[in-house]
Design a protein around this ligand. Structure first.
Ligand SMILES: N[C@@H](CCC(=O)N[C@@H](CS)C(=O)NCC(=O)O)C(=O)O
Length: 246
């Protein structure tokens, strides 16, 4: 198969166990997990459990001296620590030969990557009450969170955006026959949307076929068929107004 447009220098890199630190939800961590599963490299996870203890660990980690801007998720690879989920995906993409080499492909990938991240952030603000008194976030009386109202507004945007994804997903993967780093984000965000607003996917056959191809990828297929995937695997934290998956 032709891995169009992606470099491959993975053979030159010493294999180390990559460690991912994140909450026990899919959230921003699952696209990273998908790359690691697909690669079938040794990796481990330090899972923070949502609750007093997990929040305590997170607050401590935010001031980690090795992290200029501590945040979750982050990975450790050898001595290197990387935060910002998109930067982590790009880092792993470069490391594993899943990064576009052609400048036009790269610009296209970055546009799609940012579009997906915008959608993800909008969905987060529909699902999490910014005025809730969870963990370290202060309660506020300056606004009222209305999940159903926000969901309807978001559904309108998704209905307008999905045809654009339908139009670009004409190859087996975003830029060729094999996945690049953005495909791991793409599948994950599309699946969040599919779980949240399944009716919006009706008639989008390219998107459905693309998602089925992703679920059939080597190493990922086993994951999607595993009991662990089927039994839990929440998209958002339990305090969210919608935490999926139905
Ligand atoms: N842009 C960051 C966002 C990370 C993020 O929002 N992390 C959550 C925890 S899962 C958070 O609330 N971080 C606190 C903060 O950003 O102050 C990324 O993509 O990694």
């Amino acid at each position: 198969m032709n891995n169009k447009g992606c470099n491959d220098f993975s053979h030159r890199i010493l294999k180390m166990t990559i460690k991912l630190t994140y909450w026990d939800v899919r959230g921003l961590g699952e696209a990273i997990r998908h790359i690691l599963r697909y690669q079938n490299e040794p990796w481990e996870e330090h899972t923070l459990v949502i609750g007093i203890e997990g929040f305590g660990e997170w607050l401590k980690m935010k001031d980690d001296e090795d992290l200029p801007f501590g945040n979750l998720p982050f990975i450790e690879d050898g001595g290197k620590k990387v935060t910002q989920s998109i930067t982590v995906l790009r880092y792993l993409g470069r490391k594993f030969g899943l990064f576009p080499t052609d400048p036009d492909d790269l610009v296209f990938c970055e546009i799609v990557e940012q579009e997906l991240y915008d959608l993800r952030n909008k969905m987060t603000s529909v699902c999490y009450d910014p005025f809730g008194a969870f963990g370290p976030f202060p309660a506020s009386e300056s606004g009222k969170f209305d999940h159903e109202f926000l969901k309807a507004r978001f559904a309108h945007r998704v209905g307008e955006r999905l045809p654009k994804f339908e139009k670009i997903l004409t190859k087996p993967f975003l830029i060729g026959d094999k996945p690049c780093y953005v495909d791991f984000l793409m599948y994950e965000i599309l699946d969040h949307l599919r779980c949240f607003l399944p009716e919006k996917f009706e008639g989008h056959e390219n998107i459905k076929a693309y998602m089925a191809r992703f679920e059939d990828l080597p190493n990922l297929k086993d994951w999607f068929q595993s009991d662990k995937y089927k039994e839990g695997n929440y998209i958002n934290a339990p305090m969210a107004a919608w935490h999926g998956k139905e």
